[in-house]
Write a protein of this length. Structure first.
Length: 238
């Protein structure tokens, strides 16, 4: 990744290309602050998956060295996202039209846990194509992650997952790595998965060999960074 600095994009003005993408009610200062906040990805898409706006953090998370002007105006399928991943998000947009209100989605993308807050931008004129703002943060396992997962707002778990280097692991190995990240000992993992200690030790050795990491503490840190939960092992890999 070569472009990690704060975004310098301004919200489109009424006489500029893409005018109306950013809601008029959003104060310029608030918008500039939010879109330049380190660690916060902000994007705006329409109902067809066309990328109307993105900040530099969106580029860092989802793309590889491309600049925002190269990406704006293109559909998600043109940008190489997996079809299942796209359909899941477009389906969410359609659901939000039928049942208005914000949504919170959790997914694992390239081996990192992400939480995305999705809101529909109020329509400014009849017949206008619906647009949706997606604010995404990369959050490792920990207190903040637990708080979000247990909050009153229902978290939508993405049915697909992109594991990055963790994709080399089998579903069972991913479960073992998840429990290592939760601080369980080999004995505790064996009891949790109803397997022998020797079986779990073999799984851990296999994980270390595949990831070229032998120390349990390093593997645990990797699992926490990915924010893995046991259900992730069963999700569709894309």
């Amino acid at each position: 990744m070569t472009h990690t600095g704060p975004s310098h994009e301004e919200p489109p003005h009424n006489n500029a290309p893409g005018a109306g993408v950013v809601p008029k009610s959003a104060p310029d200062l608030l918008w500039q602050t939010m879109t330049s906040e380190p660690g916060v990805s902000v994007s705006i898409l329409d109902l067809h998956g066309t990328l109307l706006f993105l900040n530099d953090e969106t580029v860092r998370i989802f793309f590889d060295g491309k600049a925002p002007p190269e990406l704006r105006g293109k559909r998600l399928d043109e940008l190489g996202f997996p079809r299942a991943w796209i359909e899941e998000r477009l389906g969410l947009f359609r659901d939000m039209i039928a049942d208005p209100g914000p949504r919170l989605m959790r997914t694992v993308w390239h081996g990192h846990q992400h939480f995305s807050w999705v809101r529909q931008i109020p329509l400014e004129s009849p017949g206008e194509t619906p647009r949706f703002m997606v604010v995404t943060r990369r959050i490792a396992a920990g207190e903040e992650s637990k708080r979000l997962l247990s909050s009153e707002q229902k978290v939508i778990e993405s049915g697909v997952i992109r594991l990055g280097e963790l994709n080399a692991l089998t579903p069972r190995e991913l479960e073992v790595l998840t429990l290592l990240g939760n601080g369980l000992s080999i004995k505790d993992i064996a009891e949790s998965l109803d397997r022998s200690v020797k079986t779990i030790e073999r799984h851990r050795e296999s994980i270390g060999a595949k990831l070229r990491m032998s120390k349990a503490v390093v593997l645990a840190d990797l699992a926490r960074e990915a924010g893995l939960v046991l259900g992730d092992a069963a999700r569709r890999r894309v």
